[in-house]
Write a protein that binds this ligand. Sequence first.
Ligand SMILES: [Zn+2]
Length: 289
Amino acid sequence: MSLKFNVGDLTIHRAIEQETSFFPALELLPQLTPELLGENRSWLRQAGALDEEDVLILCFQSYIVRTPHHTILIDSCIGNDKQRPARPKWHMKTDDTYMRALTAAGIKPGDIDYVMCTHLHVDHVGWNTKLENGRWVPTFPKARYVFGKSEYDYWSEQNKKAEVPPFADSVLPVVEADKADIVGNDFAIGDHLRIVPTPGHTPGHVAFAFGKGKDSAVFCGDLMHTPLQTLHPELSPKFDVDPAQAAVTRRNFLERYCDTDTLCCTAHFPSPSVGKIKRKGNAFTCEAA
Ligand SMILES: [Zn+2]
């Protein structure tokens, strides 16, 4: 399994926390019909994206990008010791899979200069913090944590109405520790990282484009969850805050990177999770790297 990619002057590592059957396809994608699933079942199974019970297999992982100047961690996964009663596979986890994956990639928490979140959902912020003497503290002690302003503002408002646990235990403690930078979409890191606004899944969802002078790699977060959505960009998961906008964003994104050399690094596609976007009929495929 590929856990490391080199492109231009970047090295990209994957640190996998879980890769597992997660959502029944017909439940996650409300517009998916049994007929359409039937047409796609065999290639999805071959790609490791669908199990024998038609449950979608998702990978939960962070990407760590080394540029010549910085080490940047993208999306911090699920985390340990967190109250997630609705998700048994995530609830009060205590395993060391994630930290071992970082170690295997030669990365220590103290090496991370930036933690970037494509959005602030539960499986993208978890390792922002760890439990220490009963308190949530930043896991990556030297990092600046970069949150998009519109995403941060949205969840801040939601959290005022009723506590949003991942925001309360994995975002606010970072802000309170004075480690957060709340940024606009013009934020960049040198000439190596740019923000690509990709709203829909959440209001402030963003992708991150890396590479000097061109997009060598793009990290697209939850713009899509399963390779089925490259062939059917109109299928929006039930978690998309604005499913219609998400579908438009998804198609525009796929069109932008179609038939380019850009490595598309997805949050949740089954391993290797990384590929290049190619045109197929009126839609697209992601050809595994
Ligand atoms: Zn996600």
